[in-house]
Write a protein that binds this ligand. Structure first.
Ligand SMILES: [Zn+2]
Length: 388
């Protein structure tokens, strides 16, 4: 079956302001025609064309599938004890990543693939139809290659994060590890990676090290993005803008100079509220960025240390409650914003020609995503024009 009409959509979010009201391109009493995995018609339900198959949305809201642009899914074991200790008062540091690195190196390819597949499916069933996956728990040439080989089986949005932390065997020799990344890892992971990323922060990599790694990646044909200013104010945002990064992520700390730089760039500012939640850290005021006209995305940052959730509905609720997004800004940032952070124009919206990735909610409005936190509001998820 290649043609489906979704009709009687109470409220359709297209993210195409030429199609409907506001930035979200809202259409009431709408219909969507899907053919061969793509949207081929959007408009009022009463003027919809006929189709081989019709699905009655019964007045519910339909939104674009979430584009979750920042995740670390190739790992073994979890860190529940570390989370518990943190909730008892210990603080989060970049060092906890080493625990997962040790477990990941020991795990089989099958186990790593099974765990990542489980998480991708978990996200898909909560509405995430496009997911980015990073390496970064291998940190040897062999383990980074296999991490990305596994990631590539699950998504086209794969990111080489060999510069996640300096592995313990290179303690005190960080520059030697940077050379290993630049001279060996990048060329060998290249067949499996679209992006290159660096954790540029206190306790991770310095700005100069990050610049060297990202430039080597770009020279090899990878596209830059980075983890910036999660743990402390630094030069990460400036470096991202300097290198034309698609996105600077976390940005829990930023100043007026960072805002000015981002305003003049195409770099997306990606906030990860799940990390502040899980590390009990202060939330940045994302509204300052949005008021300055900067493109903002939100993502789940699913990883076993600092944000072990795949649920973008929950991330939207946090963004609204604690980072001062409006419900509209949060939904846009979780869909179109995520797509821009991945330089994708085929997902994150529902105009004609878009990939038919969408979610039928159980409620009549997207506002309920923030208004009813922790509740499963997903009625149906469609990906590539098929109900999953
Ligand atoms: Zn991350």
């Amino acid at each position: 079956m290649s043609q489906s009409l979704i009709k009687n959509i109470g409220l359709l979010v297209t993210n195409d302001s030429s199609l409907g009201k506001t930035e979200l391109g809202l259409i009431e009493n709408a219909a969507l025609l899907i053919e061969h995995g793509k949207v081929t018609w959007v408009g009022a339900s009463e003027s919809a064309p006929t189709a081989e198959k019709t699905i009655d949305a019964a007045g519910k809201a339909v939104i674009p599938g979430f584009v979750d642009s920042h995740n670390h899914l190739i790992f073994a074991k979890d860190r529940a004890q570390e989370f518990s200790a943190r909730m008892k008062g210990e603080s989060y540091t970049a060092g906890g990543i080493a625990t997962t690195v040790a477990a990941t190196r020991q795990a089989s390819d099958d186990d790593l693939l099974a765990n990542a597949t489980r998480l991708v499916h978990e996200g898909l069933h909560s509405g995430t139809t496009t997911v980015e996956i990073k390496s970064g728990y291998g940190l040897t040439v062999k383990d980074e290659i296999r991490s990305l080989h596994i990631a590539k089986q699950l998504t086209e949005e794969t990111t080489f994060l060999g510069a996640h932390v300096v592995p313990s065997e290179y303690k005190g020799k960080a520059d030697e590890y940077v050379d290993l990344i630049c001279e060996q890892m990048i060329t060998q992971v290249k067949p499996y990676a679209k992006w290159i990323d660096v954790f540029c922060d206190k306790g991770a990599f310095t700005t100069d090290q990050a610049r060297k790694i990202l430039k080597a990646g770009v020279a090899a044909g990878l596209k830059p993005r980075l983890h910036a200013n999660q743990l402390a104010q630094g030069d990460g945002i400036a470096l991202g803008v300097e290198l034309g990064a698609a996105s600077v992520d976390h940005i829990s700390h930023f100043n007026n100079g960072d805002i000015e730089l981002l305003k003049k760039s195409k770099t997306v500012a990606t906030f990860l509220p799940g990390a502040e939640f899980s590390t009990r850290s202060n939330y940045p005021d994302a509204r300052r960025m949005m008021e300055a006209g900067i493109t903002v995305a939100i993502a789940s940052d699913c990883n076993p240390g600092s944000s072990y959730t795949t649920n973008m509905g929950f991330v939207i609720a946090l963004a609204v409650r604690d980072m001062f997004f409006t419900p509209e800004q949060a939904l846009w940032s979780a869909t179109k914003g995520g797509a821009l952070a991945l330089e994708r124009d085929d997902v994150g919206h529902l105009s004609v020609g878009a990939r038919a990735d969408f979610v039928i909610l159980k409620e009549s409005s997207y506002i309920h995503l923030a208004y009813r936190p922790g509740v499963n509001l997903v009625d149906e998820v469609w990906q590539h024009g098929k109900r999953i």
